[in-house]
Structure formats: C-alpha cells, structure tokens
Design a protein around this ligand. Sequence first.
Ligand SMILES: Cc1ncc(COP(=O)(O)O)c(C=O)c1O
Length: 414
Amino acid sequence: MSKFPIDWCREQFPALAREYGGQQAVYLDGPAGSQVPQRVIDAMGRYLVEMNANHGGRFPTSQASDAMLDEAHRAAADLLGTPTAEGTIFGANMTSLTFAFSRALARQWKPGDEIIVTRLDHDANVSPWVLAARDAGAIVHRIPFHHEDCTLDLNELDKRLSDRTRLVAVGCASNSVGTINPVAEICRRAHAAGSQVFLDAVHYAPHALMDVAAWDCDYVAASAYKFFGPHVGILWGKNEHLERLEPYKVRPAADSLPDRWMTGTQNHEGIAGLLAAVEYLADLGRQVAPGTRDRREALATAFEQIGGHERTLCAQLLEGLTRLKQVRVWGIADRQRLGERVPTVSITHAKRSPLEVADHLAERGIFAWHGNFYALEVSESLGLEPEGLVRLGLLHYNTASEVERLLAALSELE
Ligand SMILES: Cc1ncc(COP(=O)(O)O)c(C=O)c1O
C-alpha cells in the first residue's frame, strides 16, 4: 500500500495546530466529534455569503442553494454506497432523525410484534425503538455481547428472530469499545426472518467505507460531525420504504423524496459543510490515486488508506498498553483481530478513576473522554457504571508520536 499522506491530512485541519501548556494538543476525542478541514469552514461561510436562501425560489441565491443541496445528496449517496441520492435525508442529528423516523415506522407495529435492539449500541439506537415499541405495545428483546471481547452474541440474535420480528436495530461499530459488528450477516439473518434492519453507522463512518448496497440494510443513520463535517445528521432508507411509509410533516411540504422526510427548513450551511467533508475524504483518496474522477472510487481509496493507517496506530496503542500493568483494555485487544475493530480503545485503570485519568491526560494536552458515551448498556453490562471508561479515540489525523505521548502519559500513572 502507498504511504499514508499524513502531512497533507494534518495540514487540512487548522484545529490540529492548537497548543496547550506549550505542547501541541492531541485530539483523541474524535468519537464524540472530529475536527474539521479548513474547506468545511470555508464552505459554510461561503454558503452564508453567496447563496443563503430558502428552498425552491426562482432567484439566483435560492437556485444556487438548491444546486448545492442536490450535490450534497449525491455526495451523501456516494459516501453511503447507493446510487439513489433521493433516499438520503438530512436533519439535525442522528438522534433526532431516529426519534422522528421511529414514530413513522412504529405506526405499522401491533401489540405482540417484536423488535430487537442490542446492549452494545449507543442509546440513540436503543431508546427511540424501545419507546416506539412501548407506544405500539410491541415486545423488545435485547441482544447481549460477550464480555471478554465485546462482540455481539449472534446465537442470541438467532434465538430471538421470528416471524413476529419487525425490526432489528444494530450499530455498525461500537462507539464505546470499538467492535465492528457483522452487519451484512445480521441483515441476511433478519431478512430471512422477515424483519427490517436499521443500522447506526455514526461511529463507523469516519473509519471505514459505508456500503448500504453490500450490507443490504433497510435504513442507515450517520452524523457528519463524526466524519470531519459540521453538526448535521443523515438518514438513508430504501426508496420503497421511504415512499410507502407516512412521515409526520406539515402541509403543504413537498411529498417527493427526499423532501418528504426533511421537516422544516434545513441547516443549509451545515449541509454545505457536509458536502465539503465528503469532498475532503474523496481528495484524500486522490492524494494516493491522482486522477480518480469518480467520487465513490476516490472514497474507497481514501478509506483503504485510512484503515491501514488507523490499524497501524491501533496496533501500536494496544501493544503499548500491554506494558502498563494497571491498565485494562475493554473489547478486542488481540492485535491479530484489528480488522474486527475500529481504533476506539477504551480502558480502565486499577487505581485511578476514569475521570482522574482523563484529567491527567488533559493536563498533558491530550484530549480524551471518560464516562459511558451514551452507550449506557455497555458500561452497565460490564459493571462499569457509574464511572465508566476512558476512551482513547484515534482518527486518521492522529500520529505515531501522539500515541507515544499518550503511552508516556499513562505510564506516569503506573
Ligand atoms: C454510535 C453513535 N450513535 C449515535 C450517536 C448520536 O449521534 P447524534 O449526536 O448525531 O445524535 C452517537 C454520538 O455519539 C454515536 O457515537
């Protein structure tokens, strides 16, 4: 594989130049929101100066704004791996989109119907379904995970799937412990039982290429602020579902896709930023494969590169952590299994609370989250509530020397 263009990547992100206490800041807080390239900031500002207008007018700013929106839908479709841009819906964030959508979907459920959620998921892919099931009188099953490596218990999924199952809601990757779930296989099993599948790709999207066609899922949600864009949510559904289901919406809003599902006036400048974030990723691919015109192809190259770089950093981090006797890694720690995880490595310390570890790192200019990260049932299942874990979230803009600094800072606590 060609050399990962780390210098080019880092130059794109002005925030990475930040200093704290005389040292460059180390951003390991990406799972809660990544930094953004300069072009995202520029695109948002440019939108507000050059095309700030509402949807559907006959004048130039509105037409430029609508052209940008169309392109953003196409970019989101390229990122998701679907030719059907009209199935890409934008909204405030993944949580709000999922709550709104769950209401429309659950209108079809009857008492005695069943839905399946997992204990490995962020609560944004649990509570919307649990509350919708409560309103419909449907039964909820929760799939546990193997505590030793934080992988889903697929036997339990098989036991729970039946002709009463209406929906399986599962994440593509855990934002708490980094496990990548076998979502194509889960979709296959769920569809064989006659159920639909809703995937939460929020944590997966900055690390690997989403592929709704290969997964054959019914719905996917993502969030641009996790993949180097601003705070905008994305929901995709198969056209056949989005056309048939009835959204909760105002009159006389358009009834054609995607507007049918996009309630109210959108965050247009944020969507302009989302488009620029996808373009950044495609250009990362073009750094190693110059001349790639097709955006999806360029994105595929980018994520091959990102994956390679992130696995190298993850191996370095896991290897270093094995030398720290007070530190325990939760989730897949085996360096032979890096393909089954993203580089979101969560730890606990035998003698320091997660909050103390996070404070210790922050004092050294290393930004990392502690707590349960809204993946409440992960921490509960592992017996780690209420303090939770410390999450060391690597992204492609992180470097080997940053991992060394992190390990050195943690070793001071030994
Ligand atoms: C895996 C996962 N799903 C869902 C969410 C919620 O996303 P949003 O903040 O866009 O509502 C998050 C946010 O941290 C997440 O990590």
